[in-house]
Design a protein around this ligand. Structure first.
Ligand code: GDP
Ligand code: MN
Ligand code: MN
Length: 250
């Protein structure tokens, strides 16, 4: 498979036709997958915001105060308010805000970005990235994966993950297939959308590269069962349950 960036995309603004901008620059093939950084999807969807849009309530003020005392850094309670408004649930309030977004993605600060946002303080994630992926996919005629850079437990460093997808299953199910010794696999369900998102993010980079759209070419899902389960349900999510009980001491 090949992964290459769509070159020469301009700074994206609200209402821009992202599908047309991509189509003008690359001849997509039916079997391609287009991966797009959520940053530019958010820009199209008018998700830039200013801290002044989020007057802090009591809860945001107390969260910011606690974060300040824990980290020693100045924390704007309006940022905490923005995170609260973008979240379904806060899993941790200190030493950082780990949340479940309204669409089910678990990430720090509700994925609100402060880099690559000209003319505004903040960039919120798309409200419903899978709906965004569907619109783009229908316009382009290929599957679409919307990515974000996200941290991870257990390891240092960030990587690309999928936040929304359309036109391909989230996972490829290997259960019931056999390994090289003929042993039947019992548990392996491969999150192919996350793997595509990570590959695309590797090409897109994190800084001023200007390459938010990446074409995956000559990759195939193959002859497997698929499923769209990606975000664990509460009942299946032991880590989420454990974090609810956990309290940061420091
Ligand atoms: P995120 O991972 O979705 O939060 O996005 P990043 O801020 O890491 O940006 C991913 C890539 O998109 C980088 O190569 C950025 O330079 C690029 N990028 C971000 N915004 C724009 C834009 O409006 N236009 C273009 N051409 N590139 C952008
Ligand atoms: Mn981001
Ligand atoms: Mn990024």
């Amino acid at each position: 498979m090949e992964a290459f960036a769509v070159e020469d995309l301009p700074e994206i603004g609200e209402g821009d036709d992202l599908a047309a901008l991509v189509e003008e620059r690359v001849d997509l093939r039916e079997s391609d997958v287009l991966c797009v950084a959520s940053t530019v999807v958010s820009k199209v969807e008018g998700r830039k915001a200013d801290l002044a849009d989020f007057p802090a309530g009591d809860r945001a003020r107390s969260i910011a105060e606690r974060l300040e005392s824990v980290t020693g850094d100045e924390k704007d309670p309006r940022f905490a308010q923005a995170v609260l408004e973008e979240s379904e649930e806060l899993l941790t309030e200190a030493p950082f805000l780990l949340v479940v977004t309204r669409f089910g993605h678990v990430t720090v600060n509700a994925g609100i970005d402060r880099s690559n946002v000209p003319g505004a303080d903040l960039l919120l994630l798309p409200e419903d990235p899978t709906a965004s992926a569907r619109r783009l996919s229908e316009a382009l005629g290929v599957p679409v994966v919307v990515t974000d850079t996200s941290g991870r437990p257990f390891r240092y460093g960030q990587r690309g993950v999928v936040v929304g997808w359309h036109g391909l299953p989230a996972s490829r199910d290997w259960r019931g297939e056999t390994d090289r010794e003929g042993r039947e696999m019992e548990a392996t369900v491969q999150s192919v959308v996350d793997e595509l998102a990570a590959a695309a993010n590797l090409v897109a980079g994190e800084g001023d590269g200007g390459t938010p759209a990446v074409v995956i070419r000559d990759w195939t899902f193959g002859d497997h069962e698929g499923s769209d389960n990606l975000f664990r349900t509460e009942a299946d999510d032991l880590v989420r349950q454990a974090l609810r009980e956990w309290e940061f001491e420091g």
